[in-house]
Design a protein around this ligand. Structure first.
Ligand SMILES: [Zn+2]
Length: 147
């Protein structure tokens, strides 16, 4: 799933639970559940223009959401959102520092990253439609219950 969809889901979990001792692990767990659902993704060597569009839109929405959370000082919601997307920080680190912005093939994965990669069996280009539907639904729920 995109970072935005993970973050919105984490915001909803934080709102529903309220207690960070409970919602932080729940939000992290939600990350792996969402990654098991059909979602957008193209593997190294198969990434086309759609990947750039999705990643750019995702980064823009995440920055916009971060600005909104800072402006409204919703720190617990920010924590829930960050917890939910935090497992993907490993991918960002690998992409930037090990794969040199996607110019090098992915190397060996540690056990956690292997697990994280193996659960994403339903990742595909067509998964972009699931991403958009999830984004609309989660953004609507956040507008009703989080902000
Ligand atoms: Zn992930």
């Amino acid at each position: 799933m995109t970072g935005t969809n993970h973050a919105l889901t984490g915001a909803l979990i934080a709102t529903a639970i309220g207690n960070p001792i409970v919602f932080v692990p729940a939000a992290i767990g939600s990350h792996f559940v969402l990654d098991m659902l059909p979602h957008f993704g193209e593997k190294y060597g198969q990434r086309k223009k759609l990947t750039k569009i999705v990643w750019t839109a995702d980064a823009g929405l995440l920055v916009g959401g971060l600005i909104l959370l800072v402006a409204t000082q919703n720190w617990l919601i920010a924590l829930g959102s960050f917890a939910a997307l935090s497992p993907d920080l490993a991918w960002i680190f690998r992409f930037v520092f090990i794969e040199k912005w996607g110019t090098l093939p992915p190397g060996n994965l540690n056990r956690l990253n292997s697990f994280h990669a193996n659960i994403q069996k339903l990742e595909s280009r067509e998964g972009v439609f699931v991403e958009v539907l999830w984004l609309i639904g989660a953004a609507y729920l956040c507008s009703q219950y989080v902000l």
